[in-house]
Ligand binder design. Structure first.
Ligand code: SAM
Length: 231
């Protein structure tokens, strides 16, 4: 597990071994993401807006059942990588990105997204940020999400292998990208995406950090990044 004794999150680092889950686990588990969920819908709105009317090449790292593809506008050429592809297609590559560098036929991308992925990446976070930064076209955009482990109702899903406080994740990300914006995916009293329409609807367009409240109630965060300036 990627944590230091100062992160305040680990019960006992010495007794914890990183466990990576492979295709046998994910081919069942990622079916849970076959229907659009709140974060995925919100990320599709963000991407459609970032792309505007431009033709864009997009890479979805840890794409699962490629649900995002269905929510994107036609000007966005979708590509996905995952350890467990559900329905093979020419724009989807099945690969274990912990066994080999993240890549897609030597292509470069205008937009790369990795959502709901870094919590499962064990000690590979810095390496994967570096690989993703190499795949961005000049002026490209990288969107990452990460769970708020400072939530008042913190629950740690058992397959997670990379748990750290938000400031630690942000620090690591900022070594590879310029973070242009970050904001909660949603706020919720319970540590789960909002389900009820009344809570979901107003939060779908929201991109705000609320002092004190966000630290306690943000479920996850979006990070909208661009390539770090040279030097
Ligand atoms: C929590 S799911 C998120 C799916 C999708 N991004 C979403 O937000 O709905 C994590 C995804 O990462 C994929 N994944 C996990 N470990 C992987 C690895 N080592 N290589 C490639 N994909 C992996 C899983 O198969 C799964 O689809």
């Amino acid at each position: 597990m990627n944590h230091s004794s100062s992160d305040g999150l680990a019960p006992d680092p010495d007794s914890f071994t990183v466990r990576y889950y492979k295709k046998d686990f994910w081919s069942q588990e990622n079916l849970k993401f076959a229907r659009p969920h709140f974060r995925l819908e919100k990320s599709a709105r963000l991407i459609n807006k970032i792309a505007g009317g431009r033709s864009c090449e997009l890479l979805d790292v840890g794409c699962g059942p490629a649900t995002l593809q269905r929510l994107l506008h036609d000007n966005i050429a979708y590509h996905g990588i995952d350890i467990a592809i559900q329905e093979p297609a020419p724009n989807l590559i099945e690969a274990d990105f912990l066994e080999s560098p993240i890549s897609f036929d030597d292509k470069k991308f205008d937009i790369i997204i990795a959502q709901g992925v870094f919590e499962y990446i064990g000690t590979y976070q810095e390496q994967k940020f570096a690989e993703i930064s190499e795949l961005l076209k000049p002026g490209g955009c990288f969107i990452a999400t990460y769970v708020n482990f400072g939530h008042r109702d913190r629950g740690i899903y058992w397959p997670y292998s990379n748990i750290q406080q938000m400031r630690v994740f942000r620090g690591s990300l900022s070594r590879h990208f310029r973070i242009d914006r970050s904001f909660p995916t949603s706020h919720n009293w319970n540590n789960s995406e909002p389900n009820r329409w009344l809570i979901r609807a107003p939060q779908m367009p929201m991109k705000v950090n609320i002092p004190v409240i966000s630290a306690l109630l943000a479920v996850e965060y979006f990070f909208i990044c661009s390539a770090a300036p040279l030097g």
